[in-house]
Design a protein around this ligand. Sequence first.
Ligand SMILES: NC(=O)c1ccc[n+]([C@@H]2O[C@H](COP(=O)([O-])OP(=O)(O)OC[C@H]3O[C@@H](n4cnc5c(N)ncnc54)[C@H](OP(=O)(O)O)[C@@H]3O)[C@@H](O)[C@H]2O)c1
Length: 250
Amino acid sequence: MERELNGRVAVITGASSGIGEATARALAARGASVALLARRVDRVESLADELSGAEGDAKALALEADVTDRASIEEAARRIREELGRADCLINNAGVMLLSPFEQGKVDEWKQMIDVNLTGVLETTDVFLGQLLDGGGDIVNISSVAGRKGIPSSGAYNATKWGINGWSDALRQEMLGTGVRIILVEPGAVATELASHISDEASKKRIDDMSENFDILEAEDIASVIEYSVSVPERVSLTEILIRPTEQPI
Ligand SMILES: NC(=O)c1ccc[n+]([C@@H]2O[C@H](COP(=O)([O-])OP(=O)(O)OC[C@H]3O[C@@H](n4cnc5c(N)ncnc54)[C@H](OP(=O)(O)O)[C@@H]3O)[C@@H](O)[C@H]2O)c1
């Protein structure tokens, strides 16, 4: 049986920009209700205004939430259940990429990446798992090429995404028989705000230069893969999807 998006309730972390925002648009256009989580609440509120009622009875709910603050995720989960119904699709998308050579010892940035990209994903999943298990659904974990390939100046980011890959495979096996699928998406370079927070100028330039050298992906390219992966028939598990710009070497 195909998993129609119409009538489903998708929770998207980091919905205020980039891949999360594009995914919210793609799922809402197929009739899913969307819960838009982010710290920049003004941005998710205006997206929710735009998407509400865009397709049939689909709703959009903006929620201020920080994936490193469990209480804010629990409050979001409570409001989603009350206002949209049971969440049956969780897109663990919120992330930060603070690149720098290891020798610079930017411990606070390593910790921030571990807190958001790794612990934040596990805790968010823990909070929503009860709703997902209550009838099945999909968990989409946004990893990266950096979850499979070590890249200089990317070591701590590599560690977080590599961690997500291992955890996703373990969780997929634990979820067998429950109707919950685990889908891992590993993008290469995508044009978003992600690199704008990098404090090391050389690392930031390396990322910015990519778009000078070849056509990098658009957030919509990843959104359409996510949309497809959650709507294939229930017997199909798109377990791991690596998607690069055609000319990206690593
Ligand atoms: N762009 C790429 O080349 C690329 C490649 C591979 C993988 N990815 C992954 O794709 C995901 C989305 O990134 P993007 O490229 O779309 O970048 P982006 O535009 O910077 O989006 C990142 C999102 O994460 C949210 N976020 C950051 N810290 C958060 C926190 N503590 N709590 C809640 N939300 C938080 C941000 O929202 P607020 O600031 O409003 O909270 C923002 O919406 C990330 O996991 C990233 O690692 C991106």
